[in-house]
Design a protein. Structure first.
Length: 309
């Protein structure tokens, strides 16, 4: 009997992976055994990891958070202490600065890593909601041609115009063809993992139609019409929002700088300043700090209104 195990070439060992290529494996190797004690405090993070399509376990990600936060704490403490010594700061004050900076850096890194899955899941949700009407119409055409549900999702995997939904369809196809689940179980599992509430409701409707023996083509056509109507309403609301946003833009980046220039010009003629600052200093402050910050605020507001296409 041939020993197949001898003919199988070993894959890349976890120990040979660098921390830059697989930082979660590096973190899990050193602190993974201690993480289960604190996992109950990160249960909500598990759902965010699934919705963000992170292909790592909750324990590995929490290990990564612990390691990077700890490294940030130690590095910030060391750098701050060295800078304080170079600047000839009293040792007690230097230690206080170092401790404060290290706690701040550790907390900041912890917060960013903790919020990252939720932010990525939110980004995926917006893209999926944008793709969903076109996905529903595509699936309706396939259902009208007599394609069965499992095959419909398999055909959606290769769609380059709807990458986020294609990723979800790939998960359903994997559950059916690799894990051996039936199509209803696979769709229900993906419904629970989906970051988009609209897509989850769409999958729930498909499951209900398949279970009841209803006409899947009619369901998909009705869903497509409903989604297109919602898109038209959303487009009208977006136009109204952009009209109000245009007023904010003109006020912050056109009217406000002109008013400041006129006011500072008058102040320069009559002499004086504000809060101990000269007129020239105030103009520099507004020009190089206040106006750029207003521009950043406008960009953030615009980003919240628009969804990437």
């Amino acid at each position: 009997m041939i020993d197949l195990a001898k003919n199988v070439k070993p894959t890349t060992d976890a120990k040979s992976l660098s921390p830059l290529k697989a930082p979660w494996l590096f973190a899990f190797r050193y602190v993974g055994s201690r993480v289960p004690k604190i996992l109950p405090y990160f249960q909500d993070l598990g759902g965010s990891l699934q919705k963000a399509a992170f292909k790592i376990s909750l324990q590995s990600y929490v290990s990564l958070i612990v390691v990077i936060s700890g490294v940030s704490f130690v590095a910030s403490f060391a750098v701050t202490l060295v800078l304080a010594v170079i600047l000839v700061t009293p040792i007690l004050l230097a230690l206080l600065f170092a401790v404060g900076a290290s706690f701040l850096a550790g907390a900041l890194v912890f917060g960013v890593l903790y919020a990252l899955p939720a932010l990525l899941a939110s980004s995926r949700r917006k893209k999926m909601d944008l793709e969903l009407p076109y996905v529903a119409s595509h699936m309706a055409i396939l259902a009208a041609a007599g394609v069965y549900p499992a095959r419909i999702f398999k055909l959606m995997v290769d769609s380059s115009t709807t990458p986020e939904v294609a990723s979800e369809a790939n998960e359903i196809t994997r559950d059916v063809e690799i894990l051996g689940n039936d199509i209803i179980t696979a769709v229900e599992a993906e419904r629970d993992r989906s970051p988009s509430q609209h897509f989850a409701e769409f999958l729930e409707g498909m499951v209900a139609t398949i279970r009841s023996g209803g006409n899947l083509k009619n369901f998909l056509l009705d869903s497509t019409r409903a989604m297109m109507d919602l898109r038209r309403i959303a487009a009208k609301q977006l136009v109204e929002s952009l009209a109000g946003f245009a007023e904010v833009y003109v006020t912050l980046l056109v009217v406000f700088p002109l008013l400041m220039i006129v006011m500072f010009s008058v102040m320069a003629l009559i002499g004086g300043g504000l809060a101990g600052m000269s007129v020239s200093m105030l103009m520099l402050f507004v020009t190089y700090l206040v106006i750029p910050l207003c521009g950043v605020a406008v960009m953030v507001m615009l980003d919240t209104l628009l969804v990437e296409d």
